[in-house]
Design a protein around this ligand. Structure first.
Ligand SMILES: *[C@@H]1O[C@H](CO)[C@@H](O)[C@H](O)[C@H]1NC(C)=O
Ligand SMILES: *[C@@H]1O[C@H](CO)[C@@H](O)[C@H](O)[C@H]1NC(C)=O
Ligand SMILES: [Ca+2]
Length: 277
């Protein structure tokens, strides 16, 4: 009863004499300390990331952290610790595999719902083709980081490699084997439990229906499409260009044509010397 009375009081003309917080404070959130987009750590390291903000012309905003995010599942993160005012530190004393994840600092004004979100990927060093984290010697090195197809092709080049593309059944089987080995052992792979597809280097973006390997620019002659693929889906005309890039399903090695802008992990071909080990 009390609340009903109070609300109706604020809601009447009396409010102009007693302005509420929202009408009085038309301020802005100013980010004082922005966490980096990506932090590379080794297991056992300490992580301490400060996220701080100030209310310019209004009270200082709430600051809190969420763990476990990725494109498409923004709402699935887990709240961490209490909500602070003005500043919150993500502190991990000794990083374990469970801590390798994406974190989000949320800065939110309690009243106006003005909000800023800042994502941080906490990763171990990638070392795609090396025998690390018990992955074992691989011919194809998966990288568990979200990139669109174009960026994935470039990322392999930046490592001095080429994006993987299997030319036949045996290479596809090897590729699938290496992706699986990496998926179950690499600490960075854990958060991709919901992401079934990994980018490889095939596309028909230059000429529709002419599937080519990006590395050689040669027409692809052996295909391993998933049932009902390629379907060149447009998502109800939302993406009129259709689907031009090939992803491989990390569970069965089948392929799908997908949207070039989708962000996914990707796999590079390892250097020849690795083949002989
Ligand atoms: C894929 O769909 C787009 C848009 O509808 C169309 O322009 C393109 O020709 C299609 N490609 C193939 C291979 O059918
Ligand atoms: C792919 O990602 C890069 C780097 O983030 C970005 O610059 C580019 O616009 C993206 N391309 C597409 C098609 O989404
Ligand atoms: Ca498709």
């Amino acid at each position: 009863m009390f609340w009903v009375l109070l609300l109706s009081f604020i809601g009447t003309g009396a409010a102009s004499n007693l302005p509420g917080y929202c009408t009085l404070y038309k301020g802005e959130i100013e980010i004082l300390k922005r966490p980096p987009r990506k932090v590379e750590v080794n297991l056992g390291d300490t992580v301490s990331l400060v996220c701080a903000a100030h209310g310019n012309g209004m009270a200082d905003p709430y600051v809190y952290w969420i763990k476990g995010l990725g494109p498409g599942f923004e709402e699935k993160g887990k709240h961490m610790g209490p909500v602070a005012v003005g500043k919150s530190t993500l502190f991990i004393e000794k990083v374990t595999e469970e801590d390798i994840d994406t974190y989000r600092c949320v800065v939110k004004d309690c009243c106006t719902n003005k909000k800023e979100e800042m994502d941080v990927d906490v990763l171990v060093p990638d070392e795609t083709c090396k025998d690390v984290y018990g992955v074992g010697a691989v011919l194809y090195g998966a990288t568990w980081e979200f990139k669109n197809w174009t960026a994935a092709v470039q990322a392999c080049k930046d490592k001095g490699l080429q994006i993987a593309f299997p030319k036949n059944k045996d290479e596809n089987a090897q590729l699938l084997h290496d992706i699986k080995a990496s998926f179950i052992t690499h600490p960075n792979a854990k958060k991709y439990a919901h992401e079934n597809w990994v980018w490889i280097g095939g596309h028909d973006s230059h000429e529709e229906g002419q599937w080519k390997e990006i590395k050689t620019n040669e027409l692809i002659t052996w295909f391993n499409w998933e049932w009902s693929q390629p379907d060149n889906w447009t998502k109800g005309n939302q993406h009129q260009e259709g689907q031009d890039c090939i992803g491989i399903r990390r569970t069965n090695g089948k392929w799908d044509d997908s949207f070039i802008h989708h962000e996914r992990p990707y796999v590079c071909e390892c250097p020849d010397k690795k083949l002989k080990n």
